[in-house]
Ligand binder design. Sequence first.
Ligand code: XLS
Ligand code: CA
Ligand code: CA
Length: 440
Amino acid sequence: MNEFFKGIGKIQYEGPASDNPLAFRYYNPVEVIGGKTLKDHLRFAVAYWHTFQARGSDPFGPGTARRPWDTITDPMELAIAKVEASFEFCEKLDVPFFCFHDRDIAPEANTLAETNQRLDTVVSAIKARMAGSNVKLLWGTTNAFSNPRFMHGASTSPHADVFAYAAAQVKKAMEITKELDGQNYVFWGGREGYETLLNTDMKRELDNLARFLGMAVSYAKEIGFEGQFLIEPKPKEPTKHQYDFDAATVVGFLKTYGLDKHFKLNIEANHASLAQHTFQHDLAVARINGMLGSIDANQGDSNLGWDTDQFPTNLYDATLAMYETILAGGLGKGGLNFDAKVRRGSFQPDDMFISHIAGMDTFARGFKVAWQLQADKVFTKFVDERYASWYSGIGADIEAGKVGFRELEAYSLKNGEPSIRSGRQEMLEGILNQYIIETK
Ligand code: XLS
Ligand code: CA
Ligand code: CA
């Protein structure tokens, strides 16, 4: 077998004192916390599109990446080489999962039939390689946004033929995800939104989006696909307004169309920040609705207003994300997918490893801090006490539906001015810092 990443062996845990950039300092996959290994808690995944497809191009210049497969020119030979490279990469990093779009693993051909044949060829190669590996598919998805035919959207296109084409594409992508035993299937509405309402029938587009998702639910049942369906919210980019704006919008949309039992959410940090939310906020919205499915672990840049998909190294945000995940009872079938790309200047092949190691260390450390915060009930105890007035007396009567405005007026006339206590935000933020610094 061809080795692509020569000179890089299996990445080892060396502990916090290590100065080896190709070693884990905080992620010890076999470390057991709460009866489960870190590897099983965190369920890391590599994103095929950023790691094996992206070249670091930007609007001002071409890609800068240097990759071990750069000498291969035949598109299908290249696709197969990348399968080999991706397994070698995940195995060396000890990452248990990967994720792909249909068009990442096999290049599009001139016709849908030929494109599907190409997919079949690559899927066979993946399946063969999977048989001798522990690396699994976390989720599959469809790229129904790059090809010019999707310029006005896919399932929300004004053109019924485009809706049909997107359906054909998702059908095939669901089939290959099933064949590769994918644990989830993601819908990210790449161009499902609008540029201007002057040319848009928003009601029809939303109805069609729901229709499309309903068809996917029926087809999953038909072929026996048992993976979890996930919707990934994003407020904008590429369109000015994306229909899956944020977690709350998606929950409302699913409930409006009676689809909420069939879908959970894939929350991406950078998408939450584009929606002017914290990562923790969108995770919390998913959690309180019982819909936290999976996470796209990355980060944006607060000085830049677009989706920079950077590797997640912000320990504070990772800690709070893990805190929400622990409160939600873990990731279930989901995982932490590094939907992240190395910066354009980090062009060497070893940067691919170094960036993932930095992300994995960040989430491992964040998870340990979050676990301790939860075990010590630092915030839950404070929150419980803050809401104590709801456990008895008038609060309990309100929650039990025993009183209305009339009774509450009588109560307030009798009781006088309510007593209020401090929210102690700064105290709690100080404690959070203390845990981040002191947790062993
Ligand atoms: C783009 C999205 C995309 C989805 C999968 O912004 O993050 O990569 O995760 O289609
Ligand atoms: Ca994503
Ligand atoms: Ca993104």
